[in-house]
Design a protein around this ligand. Structure first.
Ligand code: IDP
Ligand code: MG
Length: 136
């Protein structure tokens, strides 16, 4: 089985959609191997999204990701990375396919409800950002 990292973002936790999103992920065939509620500081959010440093949306992204609690989780399934990207939908909810998490719960390209790793290599790094090996 393969693993990936999802993060329910502050907009979705704040609007009370975390439970529905977790159910959506479970109903899509993922099992939850680790999960927690976390509040990120600017250094942590900046590190996590360091690949986007210098882009026009970077500061807004750090502002947003530190604006309230998030729920990082390790999800397991066959081809977990690719599968989760399909289940969450496109970055911009206006372009996210019908029935995807972002189509259902995201407000905008910035406030888009959920993060998912984009490669197996990044998934391992991102899992390590929130969880130690004995937790998942
Ligand atoms: P992804 O989350 O679908 O992998 P990325 O391109 O990796 O999308 O961007 C990371 C996050 O940065 C997005 O989920 C979104 O929250 C934010 N973001 C990306 N592009 C924009 C933009 O053009 N405007 C505002 N926020 C953006
Ligand atoms: Mg990304």
């Amino acid at each position: 089985m393969d693993q990936t990292l999802a993060i329910i973002k502050p907009d979705a936790v704040g609007s009370g959609n975390a439970g529905k999103i977790i159910a959506h992920l479970e109903n899509s065939g993922f099992s939850i191997k680790a999960i927690r509620l976390a509040v990120l500081n600017r250094e942590q959010a900046g590190d996590f999204y360091s690949v986007h440093e210098g882009k026009p949306f970077y500061k807004g992204l750090v502002d947003f990701m530190t604006s309230g609690p998030v729920m990082p989780m390790v999800l397991e399934a066959d081809a977990a990375v690719e599968k989760l990207r399909g289940v969450i939908g496109a970055t911009d909810p206006a372009e996210a396919a019908e029935g995807t998490v972002r189509n259902l719960y995201a407000e905008s390209k910035g406030r888009n409800a959920i993060h998912a790793s984009d490669s197996d290599e990044n998934a391992q790094v991102e899992i390590g950002f929130f969880f130690s090996p004995n937790e998942c």
